[in-house]
Ligand binder design. Structure first.
Ligand SMILES: Cc1ncc(COP(=O)(O)O)c(C=O)c1O
Length: 541
């Protein structure tokens, strides 16, 4: 009579999956993975852990289960599969529950009280030369491949999205700066004057000043342009809220304009629809790296004699036709914080073509009087300023990154190009970002890529290997939780809420089903044909 025994067989691999542990049983002439019987009422996993502890002396915590998923007829069975496994050719059929674990090789192996002896690590590449069953050999090869594939995806994914991308030269510059104690002096002329001006000049603008943050930059610009309490400033309905909060802190009235349903940028027609005699400025944010319609907006501002302030936080060195964004308005600012394309941790920059505005910005952002210092000799620093200067380490970081920024931006452009070419084959599932005619595609400075979903869900996309999808991220400004606070909490700014005077169909259409596709930050050389094919397969899986 044929009896059935359920056993567990645990294949144990090192973390890389290129070595496996096999044991020689006292009773058997060949090598085997650890295995044992399932006790009554025992869970499969528990039984595997028990037997590994008994046979190898491993602590439960040292093992990571399952190391792979068993496959049967090309279908993944979770987390193990039952397979016929005839080790001992007798009258018994052994139905083994085969699954795997990985363990750090450094853990000492001390055979426990079972029947095992001579436990050894074997290289998977040598497995054909070992005395073990054919089933065991093929299981080991298959499982090892799975572990190695998974490790590769992990490794690749780990390196794919690293940001900021810093190199040895920056480390050297920063450590030399620390060793020279240069950060301990007041007047860092080149870092505080030359470097931001060369940033501005690269954009085709005369003057630049570093600020502690992007937010501080907008605050300084609003002051430098002479806006007065009660003046109205038009802002886009959807952007990062700090592109608007300094208005409230200066008692300026934010007025919400609709956005373009395809780009998410402020809609020029909606700007015009919001203009009143009190309107004194508009904040134009170039969202995700794609320029807003600079010429159209600039013409509206000139016609109505209102100031144009650009926020190019997302779009360092992106071009509208043949001019850089940030060079159209009366003044522009950008954040240089954590995730931005030029990233210094926390920092910002303001730029302007106008000398008078530049001097006022210097006074507002400065810490005190520099009358007797050569670099600042022309400006009367009264000490009235808010000291919004960048930290010297941030300024030095920009100095180091500026010559490399074109390569950084090109790498991201290549990544977006490759990914969109793959996504374009799935237009039933996605609506790709539409880039307006006026934007120069060859200079786009991608900050984020915002897709629209059609026949798929974010939950499904989050299971794709290599690809990194996430939520959209920004609530509309007028719906921000900041406004949920009682006005008495910050009476000087919460008393002034953003005003929504026009319909916002563009905002509704833009936000519907929109999600984020994270852009890999790898060098352009990463994208070989083979790699692109891998990404293609990962999305199709
Ligand atoms: C579009 C935009 N404007 C302004 C800011 C504010 O900049 P910061 O965080 O440097 O103050 C950010 C920050 O992420 C931003 O994304």
């Amino acid at each position: 009579m044929v009896q059935k025994h359920f056993c567990t067989t645990t294949y144990i691999f090192n973390e890389e999956g290129d070595k496996c542990l096999l044991i020689r049983h006292k009773k058997l002439p060949f090598l085997l993975p650890p295995g044992g019987h399932i006790d009554e009422n025992e869970d499969y996993l528990e039984s595997s852990q028990r037997e590994v502890a008994e046979e190898l002396g491993f602590e439960k915590e040292a093992l990571s289960y399952p190391a792979y998923l068993q496959e049967k007829d090309g279908v993944c069975l979770q987390p193990w599969a039952i397979q016929k496994y005839t080790i001992i050719p007798d009258e018994h059929f052994h139905y083994d529950l085969v699954f795997g674990a990985t363990v750090k090789e450094s853990i000492p192996i001390k055979p426990g009280e079972g029947e095992s002896q001579d436990v050894q690590w074997f290289k998977v590449e040598d497995i054909d030369s070992l005395e073990t069953t054919d089933e065991c050999k093929s299981n080991i090869k298959r499982m090892s491949q799975k572990i190695r594939d998974a490790r590769e995806v992990e490794r690749v994914q780990q390196d794919l999205y690293i940001w900021p991308r810093y190199d040895e030269s920056l480390k050297k510059d920063l450590s030399r700066f620390v060793e020279g104690r240069d950060f301990g002096t007041w007047n860092l002329g080149d870092l505080y004057e030359g470097v931001p001006c060369s940033f501005a000049e690269k954009m085709g603008v005369n003057y630049g000043i570093f600020t502690s943050t992007g937010t501080a930059g907008l605050h300084a610009i609003l002051m430098a342009l002479g806006l007065k309490p009660g003046d109205e400033v038009i802002v886009p309905s959807m952007t990062f809220v700090r592109a608007a909060t300094p208005l409230n802190h200066l008692s300026l009235q934010p007025v919400i304009a609709d956005i373009d349903p395809t780009t998410g940028n402020i809609d020029p027609k909606s700007i015009e629809a919001n203009i009143t005699p009190k309107t004194k400025a508009v904040v134009v944010v170039h969202m995700w790296g794609v320029p807003a319609d600079c010429e159209e907006i600039s013409n509206i501002c000139k016609k109505h004699n209102i100031r144009m302030i650009e926020d190019f936080s997302h779009a360092h060195f992106s071009m509208y036709k043949d001019k850089f964004v940030g060079s159209f308005g009366d003044a522009a600012f950008a954040s240089l914080q954590r995730k931005k394309n030029i990233s210094v941790g926390e920092g910002g920059i303001v730029v302007t073509k106008d000398e008078e505005t530049y001097k006022r910005l210097q006074q507002i952002t400065s810490p005190g009087s520099f009358m007797d210092q050569t670099n600042y000799s022309e400006v009367d620093f009264s000490g009235y300023g808010l000291n919004m200067r960048i930290n010297p380490f941030g300024a030095l970081t920009v100095k180091n990154l500026l010559p490399k920024v074109d390569t950084l931006l090109k790498d991201k452009r290549v990544a977006v190009e490759k990914l969109t070419s793959i996504l374009a084959k799935h237009t039933d599932k996605f609506e790709l970002v539409q880039i307006p005619e006026y934007a120069d595609k060859t200079t786009l400075s991608w900050y984020s890529y915002k897709l629209k979903l059609k026949k798929t869900t974010l939950a499904e996309l989050k299971t794709k290997k290599l690809w990194k999808f996430s939520d959209f991220g920004y609530p509309p400004i007028a719906e921000h939780r900041y406004w949920g606070k009682d006005a008495s909490y910050f009476p000087f700014c919460l008393g002034i809420r953003p005003e929504v005077r026009v319909e916002l169909p563009g905002q509704t259409a833009y936000l519907e089903d929109r999600i984020t596709l994270n852009i890999p930050t790898v060098p352009a050389s990463y994208w070989t044909d083979e790699v692109v094919a891998k990404w293609e397969a990962a999305l199709a899986d």
